[in-house]
Design a protein around this ligand. Structure first.
Ligand code: AHR
Length: 673
């Protein structure tokens, strides 16, 4: 390979090529990156089950509305402490958005024992207990009818082992006369100095039985946060966010995916129900079969991108909802301007909330909620995967025209192009097309050159591309057709080395076409092992930060993004065509980067030369003898990027360099000029 740093053609690379896709799937948000450590904090409904044996069970996927009847004696995520009865109550709503609360009944004979009474929350399949300060909060309301006098009771809030009951740390909330005509909001901090041996821990809220005997209390919005990413209140789980930040994604696509669309119009992601005080946010049954608290709401997404210096790719509702067996078929706003006006208006209001000055109604609301500075919205995607809907061209154009008139500087993204024969869609100049690929390795490898002449052959010279969701979903099959049917485990569980090799080849093809492919994001990105709908994902995790698995595909993204360069650099090759080797080069002010992927099962001798003299070179490689190898829970570092050993062959000056590219490898070289 000869890297033409002096004479070759240069194009600016696509600055936002590597980004991150997020939607709440696989408990990636609630029970995932959202920093709330307690499950079912507001009794909204949940699929997390707690087994009577005291263990955690995430496997039962039950859809249940949050009524007392449906829950029976077990309240998801909770168990009583001592002589206490727990119920769900709908007669003492905290807010309109949260009508169901926890009733804690302490019987009159509770003081027969000195054991504390109250309840425990089991966390999202456990709670990590490490030295740090935890923030606890909840609403409490004593029952003024059943409690004969104004109760004057203290509380203890503790982190404790679910196995032995050992208390790791606690805080006393002093005895006080609780407000008997309304809810009282309580906050406290637990300063913990120990590391629990595992995450099978609970948060217990308990009373002294002699003070509380015969009383009834209601609780809601019971919350526990540990340290969050960059210390944002109501922020992100620190360790997971740090892993994402480490990849330095250039944008975040949010909040879906299917999860924006809802099962019905009524149940779609409504941005205005996800802002403001948590007790006023409406939860919703997400599209991925569990309740979303909306604690990770619009403002938190904006703060996420602010904290990680990412652009926003904001997905807005396009009028389609997906329907499900219980709710009937897909639900949609009719495709007329009259019917779609509310959909346009809600998107305009959303953009005003995000970007408007504090002189605007929604900009002022944003300031009221703590962020007077407007956020930037660079991209707006209209809908999700709408290639099936015959009237998407109308919906897209209607929303595009309405939004573009008000926000001309935003780049708009269509979720469909002419990829099927249902319709043709006119994507306006300057707008983008979001395409999704869940495929086999061969699909990606064969499409290395797919984008080379895409604009010319499709007569779309003014449309650019967002590869908004992609992953190697299953291994190569004879048919080459990805099987989405049940059982879903035809999907591979973890990304494999072959996944990263194939995705890498496809990404090299994207990098070679920076005028066409502007954005890309793997999907889905996060998976909680205890409850998931979809594999593979970039990162898999549970409650224990020490268990997190960064996949080979994650490392590919990280490497490719880190060595992206600002200009692509031409490479000539006297040694043969692509396959099994694929490559691409880029440069920035002081360095030239060469990426080489070998998808073959044997090493390939390669001579590398650079037109410019260089002062030093270093390399990083991801490789493994078995292309089906992967990182997994008990061996999270089976395949990671390692420095390339250049000692015996270190090139210098501007001579060429002979190098054996290992089988099944992804290599990045950095030449410092
Ligand atoms: O990434 C999982 C799902 O795949 C997304 O929600 C949807 O857009 C696609 O079908």
């Amino acid at each position: 390979l000869n890297i033409l740093t002096k004479t070759g053609t240069r194009n600016a690379t696509a600055p936002y090529l590597y980004g991150w896709m997020f939607e709440d799937i696989n408990h990636s948000g609630d029970g995932g990156i959202y920093g709330e450590l307690l499950t079912n904090r507001a009794f909204d409904g949940s699929t997390v089950t707690w087994s009577a044996l005291g263990g955690f069970s995430g496997s039962s996927i039950t859809w249940q509305e949050n009524t007392c009847e449906a829950y029976g004696p077990v309240i998801t995520g909770y168990k009583p402490v001592g002589n206490t009865t727990l119920r769900l109550d709908n007669l003492h709503p905290l807010t309109y958005a949260h009508p169901t609360v926890l009733e804690v009944d302490i019987p009159t004979n509770a003081n027969d024992s000195t054991d504390p009474v109250g309840f425990q929350n089991m966390g999202w399949w456990g709670i990590p207990v490490t030295p740090q300060t935890y923030n606890v909060s909840f609403f409490i309301y004593p029952d003024q009818v059943r409690n004969r006098a104004v109760p004057k009771t203290g509380l203890t809030v503790s982190l404790q082992s679910n196995i032995t009951g050992e208390v790791w740390a606690s805080v006393e909330i002093p005895a006080q006369s609780w407000n008997v005509v309304n809810w009282t909001y309580v906050t406290a901090q637990i300063v913990n100095t120990v590391t629990a041996p595992d995450t099978n821990n609970t948060l217990a809220i308990t009373f002294d039985p002699s003070a509380a005997q015969g009383q009834t209390y209601y609780f809601d919005q019971i919350s526990l946060f540990g340290e969050t990413f960059k210390d944002y209140a109501n922020g992100l789980r620190k360790d997971l966010a740090e892993s994402i930040y480490d990849l330095k994604p250039r944008f975040l696509r949010w909040p879906g995916g299917n999860n924006i669309e809802g099962y019905s119009i009524q149940r779609r992601w409504k941005w205005w129900e996800t802002i403001g005080p948590l007790q006023d946010r409406w939860p919703r049954p997400g599209n991925w079969e569990y309740y979303n608290t909306n604690g990770l709401g619009l403002m938190e997404f904006l703060q996420w991108t602010e904290a990680m210096e990412m652009e926003n790719v904001l997905a807005i509702y396009a009028g389609y909802s997906l329907g499900d067996a219980g709710e009937g078929n897909a639900d949609e706003y009719p495709a007329t301007a009259e019917a779609m006006y509310p959909v346009l208006k809600e998107a305009l209001d959303e953009l005003e909330f995000c970007t408007g000055s504090t002189d605007t109604y929604w900009g002022a609301k944003r300031a009221e909620y703590g962020h007077p500075e407007p956020f930037d919205i660079t991209f707006v995607e209209i809908g999700n995967e709408d290639w099936f809907g015959l009237d998407y061209p109308f919906r897209f154009k209607y929303l595009y025209d309405g939004l573009k008139a008000a926000y001309p500087n935003i780049t708009y993204i269509s979720t469909a192009y002419d990829e099927n024969t249902l319709y043709t869609i006119d994507i306006p100049a300057g707008a983008m097309w979001d395409t999704h690929h869940y495929e086999e390795p061969n699909f990606f490898i064969e499409r290395f050159d797919y984008w080379d002449n895409w604009q010319e052959t499709t007569n779309n010279t003014d449309v650019t591309v967002f590869i908004g969701e992609y992953s190697v979903l299953q291994v190569n099959t004879a048919s080459g057709i990805v099987d989405f049917t049940d059982p879903p485990d035809k999907h591979i569980f973890y990304p494999r080395l072959i996944s990263a090799l194939a995705e890498g080849v496809y990404l090299l093809g994207a990098e070679r076409n920076p005028n066409v492919v502007k954005l890309s994001s793997y999907a889905p990105s996060l998976q909680n092992w205890n409850w998931y709908n979809w594999t593979p994902n970039l990162i898999a995790f549970d409650a224990d930060p020490l268990h997190t698995v960064l996949s080979v595909s994650f490392y590919l993204q990280k490497l490719f993004n880190a060595y992206h360069g600002t200009e692509s650099v031409e490479v000539t090759n006297a040694e043969g065509d692509f396959n099994p080797l694929y490559w691409g080069a880029a440069a920035d002010e002081g360095s030239v980067y060469l990426k080489v992927i070998n998808i073959g099962n044997s090493s390939v001798p390669l001579s590398v030369g650079l037109e410019s003299a260089w002062t030093s070179v270093n390399g990083t490689i991801i490789t493994n003898p078995d292309p089906n190898g992967y990182n997994y829970k008990n061996n999270a570092t089976a395949i990671t990027p390692v420095p390339l050993n250049l000692t015996s062959t270190t090139p210098s000056g501007n001579g060429s360099w002979e190098w054996n590219v290992p089988a099944y490898s992804i290599t990045v070289l950095q030449f410092d000029l």
